[in-house]
Design a protein around this ligand. Structure first.
Ligand code: PBG
Length: 435
């Protein structure tokens, strides 16, 4: 079961007992209590599950031996047991009909929470989440209007606190998105590979707090975004030619420098989200040439030209100044084309294939899951998040349940990991925290 045990180092010393709710058909039904036992050092604290009522090994003596009990039954002295309960009454007016001659009644396996839990095919755990975080140069955290509950976090304070909160509930992976001052933007996006830019600086700070030590289980996985849009004065993911064309190979050159700069700062996974052709192979070669063979590439393989990115672009003030992204992002009408992209990314050395957006593209997630052995990521994008938040705020839907259902569905479709702005909220929910 998803939330039963997650072996994440448990960050909060105060957590002695973790109440993990089981999501059965997405309804928090049975609540199990597991003892969270502290083992070894503080940093390698793990959850150890112990049965709450174990058998103490002794049998109660009632004065009658097994042989005597058996003899009594054989002699016809059957001990009493409760009767079969009467058949529950149907409401008056229920039609009386012969039962349907069905050999298969799938409802049998959904009879009780325990049975539903036994037969649940897909699990959801905080370890499946990657938490996207917006950062800026400011000291304060600025709320993002179109994404209730999300902030542009001050890279030195708010961000560090948010990462600590996420780790407390088992979310150990984050992806960083910078809001870059307009004065640093340019047509060629050169700020993207400034080793002292906002992203590399932030990575170094986080890695200083959570160092990559085998002895400490590698406490934090940092994903970065590789694309020029936060740094481009045109708001495009690549360099824009005079006639409006996004230049492919020249952009890839910049992306390689960006990825190397992020790797140098300590990024674990670089994630090209730009959709230029050939960028995965080029980035792989650039990383390897600089000694970053260990840095992974999560490729935005099937990234669609979607209107669901609206709130994100508000968050980063990265709306394209003109035109749209349709010459590099995929047409939402296309399915087979995802295979063309996936073939290229796989052969160029991608470690993880990502589909984006998430829920409207479940078929594409399933396609890549079935055709490729690589891990699959799904990005539940800003528009998906904001719609659930808005529907919840207007009391049109139950926000928490819809949140959990949408994440479970992404997993069911075949996503191993999910990039979601709900990461913290959902992980808290899986850990049974009432908020
Ligand atoms: C751009 C990028 C975008 C998102 C992640 N990286 C937006 C875009 O392509 O315009 C969107 C994420 C979201 O909407 O949550 N490189």
């Amino acid at each position: 079961m998803a939330s039963s045990v997650f072996h994440a180092p448990c960050g909060a010393p105060s957590i002695k007992q973790l109440e993990c709710q089981k999501y059965v058909g997405l309804r928090p039904s049975v609540t199990l209590r597991f003892n969270c036992v502290k083992t070894k050092t503080v940093t390698t604290r793990r959850l150890v599950v112990t049965a709450s009522k174990s058998h103490d090994g002794t049998t109660k003596k009632l004065g009658i031996s097994d042989a005597e009990c058996e003899a009594a039954v054989v002699a016809g002295n059957i001990p009493e047991a409760p009767p079969v309960p009467p058949k529950p009454a149907a409401p008056a007016g229920t039609p009386v009909v012969p039962s349907l001659p069905l050999s298969r009644r799938p409802r049998r396996n959904r009879k009780s929470p325990a049975m539903r839990a036994s037969f649940q095919e897909t699990n959801l755990s905080p370890e499946n989440f990657v938490y996207p975080l917006f950062i800026h140069e400011g000291e304060e955290d600025t709320p993002i209007g179109a994404m209730p509950g999300c902030y542009r976090l001050g890279w030195r304070h708010g961000l560090v606190q948010e990462v600590a909160k996420a780790r407390d509930v088992g979310v150990n992976s984050v992806v960083l998105f910078p809001k870059v001052p307009d004065a640093l933007k340019s047509p060629t996006g050169d700020e993207a590979y400034n080793d002292n830019g906002l992203v590399p600086r932030t990575i170094r700070l986080l890695k200083d707090r959570y160092p990559d030590l085998v002895s400490q289980n590698y406490l934090l996985v940092i994903y970065t975004d590789v694309a020029l849009d936060p740094y481009s004065s045109d708001g495009h993911d690549g360099i824009v030619r005079e006639d409006g064309v996004i230049m492919n190979d020249e952009t890839v050159h910049q992306l390689c420098k960006q990825a190397v700069s992020q790797a140098r700062a300590g990024a674990d996974v670089v994630s090209p989200s730009d959709m230029m052709d050939g960028r995965v192979g080029a980035i792989r070669a650039a990383l390897d040439a600089e000694g970053f063979q260990h840095v992974s590439i999560m490729s935005y393989t099937a990234k669609y030209a979607s209107s669901f990115y609206g709130p994100f672009r508000e968050a980063l003030e990265s709306n394209p100044r003109f035109g749209d992204k349709k010459t590099y992002q995929m047409n939402p009408a296309n399915y087979r084309e995802a295979l063309v992209e996936a073939q290229a990314d796989e052969s160029e050395g991608a470690d993880i294939l990502l589909v984006k957006p998430g829920l409207p593209y479940l078929d594409v997630i399933r396609l890549l899951r079935d055709k490729y052995p690589l891990p699959i990521a799904a990005y539940q994008v800003s528009g998906e998040y904001s719609m659930i938040k808005a529907g919840g705020a207007l009391k049109m839907i139950d926000e928490q349940r819809v949140m959990m259902e949408s994440l479970m569905c992404l997993r069911r479709a075949g996503a191993d990991i999910i990039l979601t702005y709900f990461a913290l909220q959902a992980a808290r929910c899986l850990c049974g925290e009432k908020r």
